[in-house]
Design a protein around this ligand. Sequence first.
Ligand code: FAD
Length: 212
Amino acid sequence: MDATVVVTDVQPVGSDTVAIRFRTPAGFEALPGQFVKLAATVDGEEYARFYTLSSPDVADSFEVTVGIDADEAGPFSRHLADLSPGDELELSGPFGSNHYEGEARVVVVAGGPGIGPAVGIGERAHRDGNEVAIVYRDDDPAHTARLDDLREAGATVTVTDGPLADPLADVITSAPGEQVFVYGFDDFVDEAREAIAAAGGDPDDAKVENFG
Ligand SMILES: Cc1cc2nc3c(=O)[nH]c(=O)nc-3n(C[C@H](O)[C@H](O)[C@H](O)COP(=O)(O)OP(=O)(O)OC[C@H]3O[C@@H](n4cnc5c(N)ncnc54)[C@H](O)[C@@H]3O)c2cc1C
């Protein structure tokens, strides 16, 4: 669907990461791990970029998590970080088939702003009574409060700034009902796929969303 969405909250959730919450437009339905296209005019130029849901549902409001990389961030992510409640954006979506579908055990491998879908999927799977493991690579982690809550609720949460294979070997069981997800930018996705294979999993069975 296409809709104009209204910002209800913008919160820093890390030193280079913001969580932006929107009022859910009528008729909008989406699952954790799906993404939307957000568009706006910035300094007279029209931009549109994709962002993955970071809330466990979209019942009354929904959230996306945006990384604003000090070196690589472009005009649109910087614009999103400066939004305030009441601001409006154009939305299309949801898009994507690499989302949570009620699997009995989720293993989410996240890099950078990929932590958004990791916490959204983790919270939804926990609420559904399913098992949750998250392996998150970042040297300056975001969403640490929600990760702590998930850990306290029984999830296995590993935050690392090093190689992925060993932490993945600890959580990939390849048992029936287990689903591995990967969310992050291009280099991270390549590395995660290799690490899944090294940990005994099959990267071709993973649900992978590459941020570009
Ligand atoms: C399916 C999909 C889902 C996505 N979901 C998210 C999401 O949930 N959260 C999110 O922050 N982004 C997400 N992205 C990326 C997002 O769409 C933009 O590309 C990003 O915000 C940069 O936009 P920009 O206009 O600021 O920079 P641009 O000028 O478009 O990009 C500048 C360059 O920097 C790189 N870059 C920008 N930001 C980062 C970063 N934080 N880390 C590493 N490299 C970076 C880009 O890949 C590009 O090469 C997603 C992309 C896709 C395709």
